[in-house]
Ligand binder design. Structure first.
Ligand code: CP
Length: 308
């Protein structure tokens, strides 16, 4: 079995371009598997995986669970909202109690930056970061880059604009790391108040005019306004945001060039994307979701075979 260079998947920053290519090649095989009438393989038959979610999720939690079941792993699901966390139990106690039940791998989403890194220092299981606060969401970036490779044949040399609320987005940072490791050119675009000051230091181009970003790019990856993470007002109103930064089908059609439209979900329809754009032929949003299962199967399979 080929191996990743890391025992955990905490962030794209920690893995190599070679790791990413290995994940993609493994996902190609699993994508064939999940399109067969019998979608299951016995690869992780003796492995038990806990999905530990301290924040809400639809796509990530369900696609990890499906990926685990397609690989024949035993799966337990933990939602903080219905757990003893509500009685004051700590993160470390919670996870150690789950591990005492002989769990091998932990998939964790947490609102605090660095929570999976903390766990990785204190417990013995493989940890997969399913999103830590505003920091990283590595499997989202992998499935995004994989979807670009699938649609355009390659990621190298492609121009990708990440448009929207960059400041509060874990998807943005993981995408920047993944795309740069794969040789893409990356631009971020949004209102100045939603562009973090450090972002230019990552080597990306920075743009505040959405029409210029669309004219420049081959791929527009549009991010949601994360109101739940905003303690202060970063723009006057959602209506004003939509007027200046909302992307419509008319804007995409007017480009007179092919453009690939992506969004990690959940979409705020009518805010960052109009429905006619989200549902247009430019969009590969549901392909991203489909690819999420194959990518997560690949990550789980490869980590299970990585150095302990
Ligand atoms: N893209 C993403 O992380 O979606 P969920 O929050 O629904 O998992």
């Amino acid at each position: 079995m080929s191996k990743l260079s890391q025992k955990h998947l905490l962030g794209i920053k920690d893995i190599t371009a070679q790791d990413i290519h290995l994940i993609f090649e493994t996902a190609d095989n699993f994508k064939d598997v999940i399109n067969r009438p019998i979608k299951k393989v016995p690869s992780l038959r003796d492995i038990t995986i806990a999905n530990v979610f301290f924040e809400n999720s639809t796509r990530t939690r369900l696609s990890f669970e499906l990926a685990e079941k397609r690989l024949s792993a035993d799966v337990v699901n933990f939602a903080a909202s219905t757990s003893s966390v509500k009685k004051g139990e700590t993160l470390l106690d919670t996870v150690n109690n789950i591990l005492a039940m002989k769990v091998d791998m932990v998939v964790m989403r947490h609102a605090s930056v660095g929570a999976p890194h903390f766990l990785a220092r204190h417990i013995n299981a493989n940890i997969i970061n399913a999103g830590d606060g505003t920091h990283e969401h590595p499997t989202q970036a992998l499935l995004d880059a994989y979807s670009i490779r699938e649609k355009l044949g390659d990621v190298t040399g492609k121009k990708v604009a990440i448009i929207g609320d960059i400041l509060h987005s874990r998807v943005a940072l993981s995408n920047i790391f993944a795309l740069q490791k794969l040789g893409a050119k990356v631009m971020v675009c949004g209102p100045p108040t939603l562009l973090p000051r450090y972002i230019a230091n990552t080597g990306v181009q920075v743009e505040t005019d959405v029409n210029k970003a669309l004219a420049w790019c081959d791929v527009a990856n549009v991010l949601r306004i994360q109101l739940e993470r905003q303690q202060i007002k970063y723009f006057p109103s959602l209506r004003e945001y939509s007027i200046y930064y909302g992307i419509t089908r008319k804007m995409l059609d007017a480009l007179k060039k092919p453009i690939v439209l992506m969004h990690p979900g959940p979409i705020n329809r009518g805010v960052e994307l109009s429905s006619d754009a989200a549902d247009s032929h430019h969009s590969i949003i549901l392909d991203q979701v489909e690819n999420g299962v194959a990518i997560r199967m690949a990550v789980l399979y490869l980590l299970a075979g990585s150095a302990q």
